[in-house]
Design a protein around this ligand. Sequence first.
Ligand SMILES: CC(C)(COP(=O)(O)OP(=O)(O)OC[C@H]1O[C@@H](n2cnc3c(N)ncnc32)[C@H](O)[C@@H]1OP(=O)(O)O)[C@@H](O)C(=O)NCCC(=O)NCCS
Length: 146
Amino acid sequence: MKLNVEMRKIEYGTEDYEVSIDIRNECFRKPWGMDIRDEDLSGDKDMDMYGAYLDGKMIATVFLTQDDEETARVKSVAILEEYRGYGLGRYLMDFIEDKAREKGYKRVNLMGRVWVEGFYHKLGYKTISEPYDYHTIPHIDMTKEL
Ligand SMILES: CC(C)(COP(=O)(O)OP(=O)(O)OC[C@H]1O[C@@H](n2cnc3c(N)ncnc32)[C@H](O)[C@@H]1OP(=O)(O)O)[C@@H](O)C(=O)NCCC(=O)NCCS
């Protein structure tokens, strides 16, 4: 990977947590004229949240939560635009899949935007739904056995 990032856990309600909201807003809402702070984000307190830091600045996020005892769910895979294309996406997914394995999960589910389906296919994810709209944006459900 071409970026020398350090992964750190993000605690709910901290300054770093606020930065993680900004990153998700930039990646998932603002380009479509929406603001993630208009949404109920209280579910974040039950997630394992991680930030990728470059020279002390958070540049990406990845979250882990649970679907059921055997199945984890990856959320909020978001990289600020200028840091995309350097292998960080793959690195974040390897990192979070390792966390899921450590916790004893057998598979990982996620909801992907249709235009990043190819990225997740490269990492071994299978598409398991037809496209559907979420916040007006086409998504698909994907899964991977760990
Ligand atoms: C999608 C995203 C996480 C990819 O991260 P990235 O750091 O740019 O990806 P990487 O550099 O690790 O790419 C890994 C591989 O996937 C490929 N890839 C990356 N984006 C892709 C895409 N949209 N479609 C198909 N392949 C893609 C790369 O070419 C690379 O292939 P290679 O290993 O053969 O060279 C990043 O672009 C992002 O945060 N986008 C905005 C937010 C978003 O849409 N997140 C996903 C929501 S479901």
